[in-house]
Ligand binder design. Structure first.
Ligand SMILES: Cc1cc2nc3c(=O)[nH]c(=O)nc-3n(C[C@H](O)[C@H](O)[C@H](O)COP(=O)(O)OP(=O)(O)OC[C@H]3O[C@@H](n4cnc5c(N)ncnc54)[C@H](O)[C@@H]3O)c2cc1C
Length: 450
């Protein structure tokens, strides 16, 4: 197969590197000072902080097998079972999401009318014109206004920091799209799927991390690469040179070049145009790819003395529907989710702000953001004192949204790959943003275009 140069050492780039290294030599060029891209974990003052993703959702199958192959499965740390309980804010209070028929009946998350509307779902026909249907329209059509506003809206804020009106269901939640395609009803399909999994002895989805945080995954992949991974190496220019590719990059203030017969470009969509491309056929398609929408997100970590938070923090965390008119998107109870994330006698709360809903909020000063989050948490979790620990991370371009332009972007990537032998385009803007999607999507892209 020959040598491959991989640009970007986020999860997509690292997975690509591992696959390509078994087929020939690889060189990974990463602009940052550590591998992992958005996966960044930091231990400070006794806290373990996740700057980006917090959990890896392992279903039986690919991601689990992959962790086993790289010898990391036994190092996984399971989320606290209490994390099965999730809250959504309604009427200014976190309300537990019902997880059983009996808790559904008594829950105050939905009104009696809203509950009746949900129960009608199994009787509804399959939708028409579903290919471009937004997440908001889908939930409105199948489960009604309350589910759209008090389930889909906060859930989309939690996963994509976006609005359900913007995202296309088929791209954002392909599994839900498939359930309607196959079974018509979400509820009946969900029950059938759960029964089948039980019959086949498949375990439930596990939420995991590692002792020193999710960075354990990119670190293990980087370890395998050794000197084939070059950090602080910013790629400036990529040119096609006959059957070869030439990559010019800046390292320690010097411009250097490397050649290979294959390139796998695993940088975020918004970074594609910061590279100068030469000799590329269908080069205009890069503009389409780079046009993916990204919104800014701020991640605010606050540590408190346990006794100063009256809420029991007995769950994963809470999400905030837009209708509640708050400025935070949601908060993870990080020290409940995984043990040892806060010093003894303390708790760690991780709050997300901004996204498509209120991008401007992320432009506030550090002090303003800390105060805004503290104030809103005070009302929701009954804080009795100010935090004893604070940390702020800003992602100016956080998550590429699977919106109505995604089909065009997938087609643009295909045109570029077909027209330029040896070029593979990769990254969460194409694979899907969850970590398992990055993993599976990268391997599938490489096997189709290898
Ligand atoms: C706040 C936040 C929370 C999240 N939470 C979760 C979660 O809980 N669970 C989950 O499954 N997913 C979560 N995600 C999504 C997930 O983290 C990302 O989708 C995934 O990590 C993206 O991986 P990637 O390899 O595509 O991109 P990235 O991680 O962005 O990696 C791209 C790499 O390319 C490098 N690069 C860019 N330009 C150049 C250049 N010119 N030369 C060399 N290198 C370059 C960058 O430095 C970077 O390291 C979250 C994301 C964010 C932002």
């Amino acid at each position: 197969m020959g040598r491959t140069i991989i640009i970007g050492a986020g999860l997509c780039g690292l997975v690509a590197a591992r696959t390509c290294s078994s087929e020939g030599g690889v060189l990974v060029l990463e602009a940052g000072s550590c591998p992992g891209g958005m996966i960044r974990s930091e231990r400070r003052d006794g806290y373990l902080l996740e700057h980006g993703p917090n959990t890896l959702a392992l279903r039986a199958g690919h991601a689990t097998d992959y962790l086993e192959q790289i010898g990391l499965l036994e190092d996984t740390i399971e989320a606290n079972p209490e994390a099965n309980k999730r809250f959504i804010v309604r009427g200014g209070q976190p309300v537990a999401v019902p997880t059983s028929a009996s808790s559904f009946v008594t829950s105050s998350l939905f009104s009696p009318l809203g509950k009746l509307r949900i129960l009608v779902e199994p009787l509804l026909p399959r939708g028409s014109a579903r290919k471009k249907e937004s997440v908001a329209d889908f939930f409105m059509r199948r489960l009604g206004r309350e589910v759209r506003d008090y389930a889909a809206n906060p859930f989309i804020a939690g996963v994509y920091a976006a609005r359900p009106e913007t995202l296309v269901l088929r791209h954002a939640f392909p599994a839900i799209y498939e359930i309607e395609s196959k079974h018509r009803s979400l509820m009946l399909g969900g029950i059938k799927t759960a029964k089948k999994r039980k019959r086949e002895g498949l375990p439930k989805t596990r939420l995991v991390s590692f002792k020193e945080g999710l960075v354990g995954l990119p670190n293990r992949l980087a370890e395998e690469l050794g000197d084939d991974l070059r950090l602080n190496a910013l790629v400036r220019k990529i040119s096609r040179d006959g059957d070869n590719w030439k990559v010019v990059f800046e390292e320690a203030g010097e411009l250097k070049e490397e050649r290979a017969n294959r390139i796998t470009c695993s940088v975020p969509a918004h970074a594609l145009e910061s590279i100068e491309w030469q000799g590329l056929s269908e080069g205009d398609s890069l503009k389409t790819l780079a046009s993916a929408s990204h919104y800014p997100v701020a991640v605010v970590h606050l540590g408190f003395l346990r006794k100063d938070v009256l809420h029991p923090l007995d769950g994963f965390g809470f999400l905030v529907p837009e209708k509640e008119n708050l400025r935070i998107l949601g908060t993870l109870f990080s020290s409940t989710l995984f043990p040892e994330r806060a010093p003894k006698g303390h708790v760690l709360l991780t709050t997300f702000v901004g996204g498509e809903r209120q991008p401007d909020v992320t432009e506030k000063s550090d002090e303003e953001l800390y105060e805004l989050v503290r104030k809103e948490l005070q009302g929701l979790l009954e804080l009795r004192a100010t935090p004893t620990f604070r940390n702020l991370v800003r992602w100016p371009k956080a998550i590429p949204l699977p919106d109505s332009g995604k089909d065009d972007r997938l087609a643009a990537a295909k045109r570029l790959i077909n027209a330029n032998p040896g070029l593979i385009l990769n990254g969460s803007h194409l694979t899907g943003v969850s970590l398992p999607a990055c993993l599976e999507g990268t391997e599938s892209l490489l096997s189709k275009n290898g």
